[in-house]
Design a protein around this ligand. Sequence first.
Ligand SMILES: CC(C)(COP(=O)(O)OP(=O)(O)OC[C@H]1O[C@@H](n2cnc3c(N)ncnc32)[C@H](O)[C@@H]1OP(=O)(O)O)[C@@H](O)C(=O)NCCC(=O)NCCS
Length: 196
Amino acid sequence: MSNSPILLDLPYRLHGERIVVRPWQAGDGVHLFEAVDESRDHLLPFLPWGPFHESPESTEEMVRRWNAKWMTREDMVLAIWDREEKRVLGGTGIHRIDWEVGSFEIGYWIRESEEGKGYVTEAVRLLIRFMMEHMNPNRIHIRCAVGNDRSSSIPQRLGFKHEGRLRNQIMDTNGNLCDIDVFSLIPGEFSRALSN
Ligand SMILES: CC(C)(COP(=O)(O)OP(=O)(O)OC[C@H]1O[C@@H](n2cnc3c(N)ncnc32)[C@H](O)[C@@H]1OP(=O)(O)O)[C@@H](O)C(=O)NCCC(=O)NCCS
């Protein structure tokens, strides 16, 4: 593997049984805006970026910035599409990237009308496989606000280890301090997430 992440030849699309995961790109803004706009009440308590999607244009600017960060491998903000790439189902991503340590965080959200169908679990599995094949991970972690049970059930379903609870770690959109549960996988544990 190259020492320079920017030189890594990474696949652009990950194909699951029912979904495609790929970087957000120019032209996606209108689709992402529609998905977020449908889901503001559902997303806002946990994802504070909802208000930044003010219009399709501002969202378009955002997806272009994300695509630039994908190219430099600084942050990987990814879309979850249906198999035909006609409808945005949600988003996922690989964040807090530490290439030296091989430490990566997975984040996710799903539009309200597509919740409870297993798309996020499928996307997280695709990302774990992608990281194993291309990123030499030593640690893959997921952080969930305490009380966000739908979110924490994803790492639990996939066999992540609960490492602990960080107290007063984030502030929600109402200004309340929240505790965070941290779940992780390290080498030797990745394949159990794929087979669970
Ligand atoms: C957290 C969040 C992403 C979870 O989404 P989700 O749709 O519940 O997650 P999944 O796609 O893995 O779906 C799991 C559900 O689908 C069911 N399911 C159906 N088919 C499935 C399949 N093929 N594989 C796995 N699960 C499947 C599961 O049994 C589970 O059902 P349950 O809700 O009755 O337990 C979603 O609630 C969300 O977007 N919340 C707001 C944003 C947020 O909190 N993001 C996380 C910040 S840390």
